[in-house]
Design a protein around this ligand. Sequence first.
Ligand code: NAD
Ligand code: GDU
Length: 339
Amino acid sequence: MTSSSEATPDGPVLVCGGAGYIGSHCTALLQKRGVPVVVFDNLSTGHREAVSAPLVIGELGDREQIAAALKEHQPRAVIHFAAKCYVGESVTDPAIYYRENVHYTWNLLEEMRAAGVHDLVFSSTCATYGEPNEIPIPDDHPQEPINPYGRTKLHMEHMMRDYAHAYEMRYAALRYFNAAGARAEGGIGEDHAPETHLIPLVLQVALGQRDKIMVFGDDYETRDGTCIRDYIHVDDLGDAHLRALRYLQDGKGNLECHLGTGNGFTVKEIIEAAREITGHAIPFEVAPRRPGDPAMLVAGGTKAKDALGWVPAKGDVRDVIRDAWAFHSKHPDGYASLP
Ligand SMILES: NC(=O)c1ccc[n+]([C@@H]2O[C@H](COP(=O)([O-])OP(=O)(O)OC[C@H]3O[C@@H](n4cnc5c(N)ncnc54)[C@H](O)[C@@H]3O)[C@@H](O)[C@H]2O)c1
Ligand SMILES: O=c1ccn([C@@H]2O[C@H](COP(=O)(O)OP(=O)(O)O[C@H]3O[C@H](CO)[C@H](O)[C@H](O)[C@H]3O)[C@@H](O)[C@H]2O)c(=O)[nH]1
């Protein structure tokens, strides 16, 4: 058994998508806690430099590659981060999302079943809730996604629920709010191309890589007219995955819950906090609303705390931005800045 302050699951753990932003942070934490870990990633959006664990360059579209990795590394569990994640692209080209999120996850489930690997922790998203009818959003909010990205994630959740019901399998679906920040101990951080997320874009302005940040809409019904989001530190997300896996391995059942801080910040508040931290003026310009953006997304409920004993260590967005800034100012071109 583990203490409530630190969870250590049994390994080896296969981390699909472990070269990506959130997966690399979870992998680093597993290693820090001494859990044997192997990353399986096709490096389509991930980075070899983000991984210091053994890396299998593999494709979830290819069942033979999944089977070979499971056979060679004999994991006791899988944590599954790999997915396509651009909401706009999912609207214009949903086929990619149904193939790579839904079909490829089915590939993984089938190969796990064939190999007798029973435990799966998986990245879901608050985008499965769609336009919330209640803020803060309770854990049992209806799931009515408003774009194909969210719908594919919901399909993935349903697949896991059905597999867990029918076969010998246990799963945790963790619905993240806005992942942000970088590893407090340094070395890894966020490097997406193209980058669409607010905090790294704001920090690109501070680095002189952009003239200004565009604020998508200032006529929402919020305290300053700009959208409110719940920014959750990527290290806290990593910790929640370890706890969720321990929960499954302790036989406590399946789990579906969201992961956020419960604190919401407006776009203008993020810019202001980044000004304080970077000392840069960070000019902005108001642009039209971005289609599909809900005014407010903030986590409510206590399910993750009750089930996992998980409380985010960095609930203040300034701490999140400070860690992101430490990474971006040291690696202004992301992993390309590394020697
Ligand atoms: N970033 C966020 O704010 C956020 C919020 C909610 C949910 N999520 C979910 O969290 C997960 C991780 O997000 P991220 O921001 O770290 O994304 P990311 O793109 O940085 O990481 C995804 C990783 O999966 C790998 N991958 C993708 N397709 C693959 C395939 N077919 N075979 C093998 N590897 C493959 C990529 O190379 C990459 O390393 C995603 O499932 C995403 O939907 C992210
Ligand atoms: O240049 C920018 C970028 C973003 N924003 C605003 O900043 C807020 C946060 O935007 P992000 O793109 O950083 O994050 P989202 O809330 O859109 O995205 C989150 O929710 C999505 C689903 O809705 C996906 O799950 C995604 O991975 C996750 O980060 C939004 O109000 C957005 O309109 C701007 O004003 N200007």
